[in-house]
Structures are given as C-alpha cells and as structure tokens.
Design a binder for this molecule. Structure first.
Ligand code: ARG
Length: 404
C-alpha cells in the first residue's frame, strides 16, 4: 500500500504542482485539503483542480466560524498586534488549517502532512510547529522547499503535466487572505522605499464620500452587535470590515521581522481587525481595573509574538489566553467609532453596564463624592521615598535648575 500525505491545498500553482510532484517524485498518495478561512473563491473548482492534478481525495472544509471563535476571539482579547501593528492575519489562519490537516491525516490514515511554503517565511514555521504540537508522530513534507524550481520552472512543470491551473505569468503579488484581513507581498513592494501602488488594495479601496459612525457592542470581550443589531461573529467581522474599509481605513505598511531572521516589507489591509481592536481596547479602558490593565498590556505583546512565531499550540500561549479570558469577564459594553473618508478612525464614545468610570469621582464640578482631604496624605507618602532620597543626597531638582 502506498504511503499517504495530507496537503494543505490552496488551488494555486505551487500546491497544484505539489500534488503531482509528491506523487511522481516521492511516490505518495496525496489527500488535498482546502480550508475556507474566508479567502473567497470557488471551492468546488478548487476541489476538482486537486483531483485533476492527481490527488486521490480532495476535501473542502469551511472553517470560518472556527477561525473566528477559536482564534480571532482570543487574539482580540489580547488586542494582538505583532510588532505593535500587524493583527496576525496569516498567523491566525495557519493553526486552524493545521488542526484540520491533522484530523484528515487521522481519517485517511496518512503518516505525513505537507504544505506549499517556501523556506523563507513564517508560514512553514506555523504549519510545522503546529503539526508537531498536535501530532508529534506525523512527518512533514515541504515540496516547495526541496524541489528547487523557479517560478518559471514551476509553470513549465504544470504545463508539461497539463495541470489545470490558471497561470498568469505576470502575477506580481503574493497574497494571503482570510476574514481577519489581507497580506500583500512581492513585486514592487520588495523595495521598502516604494509606496504601495493603489492596485494592491481591495478591502480598503475608498468608496464612502461622507463620515459616518458605527457602534460595536461587546459581551465579555466578544463583539456581538453592530449598531445595536445582534450579529454572528463571522458576519460582524465582514460588516465592520466592509464599513471601515469603505473610507480607506485599515492599511498597514511595515518592515517586519520574520521568525526566520529576514526583515521583509509587508503591506496589509485589515479594516475589521484594526477597527475591532481599537474599539475593544478602548472598552477595556472603561472596564478594566488599572493594575490588571497595565499587566495585560505587558502580556499582549508576548501573546502576539507567540501567535506570530507559530507557537499557538504551546503551553505559554494557552496560559496567556487563560489570563486574557479572565480579564474579559467585565469587558461588556458599546463603543462608538467615527469613520472618516481618507482612512481615519476615531473612537468617540463608550459605555458599559459595569463601568469603572464614576462621574461622582471624576468630575471637577463641586458636587462630587471624592474625599479631597484623603489626597494630601496619600500624595505625601507616595512621594516620601524620593523626598528622602533627595534630602539625603543633598541635591535636588531645584539646585540642578539653579546651576544652569
Ligand atoms: N508576513 C505575514 C506573516 O508572516 C504575511 C504572510 C503571508 N503569507 C503568504 N503565504 N503570502 O504573517
């Protein structure tokens, strides 16, 4: 009996050639698994393409809800932005794909999992580390990393074996998309000094003429409504993305540090993710106790780094998620966003049934409930340490200033 491999199949050139190549060169039976993470496209066509390329089996899995509930929700709870800017679009979809690859490998009696990544990127790390975490016994096959064909040669391979792929020789960009956003690489973007041409953008192509508002409702950290209307998460993300993208909001242009040590110029459009993170973190300002919020902010960066690095299925990422989840118990309420043509987004209001904001404490009006007399002793003790230090040193800011 031939050995089987389960391939993460996109329907593109590389994975189509991979189906054929692994059969011809490695003598493997290929089960192609196409996972719908919200990238769009005709999955029936993708399925038949896999079969035509030589797959013994082709499976299509709709994982949009799973991506939203199991990966986007924890990422949003952590306001996860890698290097402070990138909402982990590709990094979140790989572990959900891995989960299905492993499940299909079990179902079809496969001893290995394959992907179509090159050796230069993060996605190979996410596929492989994720697979090893969920199924330490499975082997990994990375055909694109070993076959050593250029793009031209890969196209030549497809033509020679009559693989049914739509080849555009002048395809210039490498694009990865899911419901959390879109990543664009290659072509002119490889020069970090060149501004991204307008043609690379789809989600953030400006189409709204006037400013407008959105109200996003959260229940324990999870977005649940838009302008007061309850909405399922996948639909809500799509609606927020459509609205925020219509003013051109959600673009990111950065030079990013990949896990493999390469700095790369990345362009993203992620209107839904950036709008929801802006709203969510603002609501935390209203609902999280100060020390908890400050510690949470320190851990958010670590969370994003782990997710980016392919460490989703790791004890530290899981422990951090438990912490984040605990903090979300009080993150309930609504946030008002104002979208401005030209790509602007402002948080202009927030409310919660359990706010920590207390008007009676915060107001500068005379009719407040704050005990002013308490402040004097508190501030004196708070500053006692530095006061003592300054007195014993025999120096102070006053002397410093006087000398200048
Ligand atoms: N640099 C981003 C990341 O590592 C985007 C990767 C896009 N993936 C792709 N196969 N084009 O998450």
């Amino acid at each position: 009996m031939k050995r089987r491999v389960v391939l993460a199949y996109s329907g593109g050139l590389d994975t189509s050639v991979a189906v054929h190549w692994m059969g011809a060169e490695l003598g493997l039976e290929v089960v192609a698994v196409a996972v719908d993470v919200g990238q769009g496209g005709d999955f029936e066509a993708i399925r038949s393409r896999a079969i035509a390329a030589g797959a013994v089996e082709a499976v299509v899995i709709d994982a949009r809800d799973e991506l939203a509930m199991d990966f986007v929700v924890p990422a949003l709870a952590a306001n996860a932005l890698y290097e402070g800017r990138y909402p982990l679009v590709s990094a979140l979809s790989r572990p959900v794909i891995v989960r299905h690859l492993v499940a299909e490998a079990r179902k079809h009696g496969a001893g290995a999992v394959a992907h179509g990544c090159t050796g230069k990127g993060n996605d190979q790390v996410r596929f492989e580390v994720g697979t090893r975490a969920l199924a330490p016994d499975l082997e990994i096959v990375a055909p694109v990393r070993v076959w050593g064909m250029t793009r031209e040669e890969t196209i030549g391979y497809a033509e020679k074996h009559e693989l049914p792929i739509t080849i555009s020789r002048d395809r210039i960009y490498s694009i990865d998309e899911n419901l959390w956003g879109r990543a664009i690489e290659c072509g002119v973007l490889e020069d970090p000094w060149q501004a991204p041409p307008a043609e690379v953008f789809t989600l953030t192509r400006p189409r709204a003429a006037d400013p407008f508002e959105l109200a996003i409702g959260f229940e324990e950290g999870v977005p649940v409504s838009l302008d007061g209307e309850p909405l399922g998460l996948v639909d809500l993300i799509a609606a927020v993305g459509e609205a925020a993208g219509s003013v051109g909001f959600g673009r990111i242009d950065m030079v990013e540090g990949r896990r493999v040590g390469i700095k790369s110029r990345e362009v993203y459009e992620s209107p839904a993710a950036l709008a929801l993170i802006a709203a969510h973190s603002d609501l935390e300002g209203l609902t999280l106790e100060r020390e908890l919020m400050h510690e949470k902010i320190r851990l958010e960066h670590r969370f994003a780094e782990l997710a980016y690095d392919g460490m989703w299925f790791s004890p530290l990422r899981e422990a951090l998620s438990s912490f984040m989840e605990t903090t979300q118990r009080h993150v309930t309420g609504e946030v008002r966003l104002r979208l401005l043509p030209g790509g602007g987004l402002e948080v202009v209001g927030r409310r919660s049934p359990r706010p920590l904001y207390d008007y009676g404490l915060a107001t500068y009006d005379s009719a407040d409930s704050f005990r002013h007399a308490d402040a004097e002793g508190f501030v004196r003790l708070f500053g006692l340490g530095v006061q003592t230090w300054a007195a014993k040193q025999g120096i102070g800011l006053v002397d410093d200033l006087a000398e200048r």
